[in-house]
Design a binder for this molecule. Structure first.
Ligand SMILES: [Zn+2]
Length: 187
């Protein structure tokens, strides 16, 4: 199992301080029908991630779409191998699942450290940036009438059995990334 790099530990801490990563509030998520959960398939993290997710969303009803790298594949400029094709596949499945299951809440959940991100030499800032860009792409590509909300989460394994799921807030996250020279790109 991989661990956060020292640089990524600093970035996670800075993102928390900047308000880009916030503690989750289940009341604000409001997912009475459950969620369409797009996450990484990582078998070392998924059980814990789903456990947190059920707790936060206050339901165990989740339609999970899992591939290596999860939402990072959906970002238009994702450098992860075959992200173009895999991102299209995920978008197609989200688009089908929302009306099929009657679940209008989509959650894009990335995680750190992520093996797929590490393989593509992405640091934590790159991961946050791609997550924001994935949300923009999803928002553009989906029928807005059927999707009511898209939430962005980040599950962090701090090491030493300390794992937390944070909400990634778009406005502070974009400002944080811009300030560190990784502005969110519009496509
Ligand atoms: Zn992963």
């Amino acid at each position: 199992m991989i661990e956060l790099t020292d640089a990524d530990r600093v970035f996670v801490k800075a993102a928390r301080a900047a308000g880009a990563l916030c503690d989750l509030d289940g009341e604000k998520i409001h997912a009475p029908n459950g969620t369409i959960l797009l996450a990484c398939a990582d078998g070392d993290q998924f059980f814990e991630l789903l456990h947190h997710h059920c707790h936060i969303a206050k339901t165990v009803r989740h339609h999970a779409l899992l591939l290596n790298g999860g939402p990072l594949l959906v970002a238009p400029a994702s450098p992860i191998e075959n992200a173009g094709t895999d991102g299209e596949v995920l978008l197609r499945h989200i688009d089908a699942a929302v009306p099929m299951k009657g679940i209008p809440t989509v959650v894009l959940c990335t995680h750190a450290p992520c093996g797929a991100a590490r393989k593509a030499n992405l640091d934590f800032l790159d991961v946050l940036r791609l997550l924001m860009e994935a949300k923009l792409r999803l928002r553009k590509s989906l029928d807005l009438k059927s999707v009511e909300r898209i939430h962005c989460f980040c599950h962090v394994d701090h090491g030493g059995n300390h794992k937390r799921t944070y909400c990634v807030l778009r406005i502070p996250a974009c400002a944080f990334l811009e300030a560190l020279g990784r502005p969110v790109r519009m496509f």
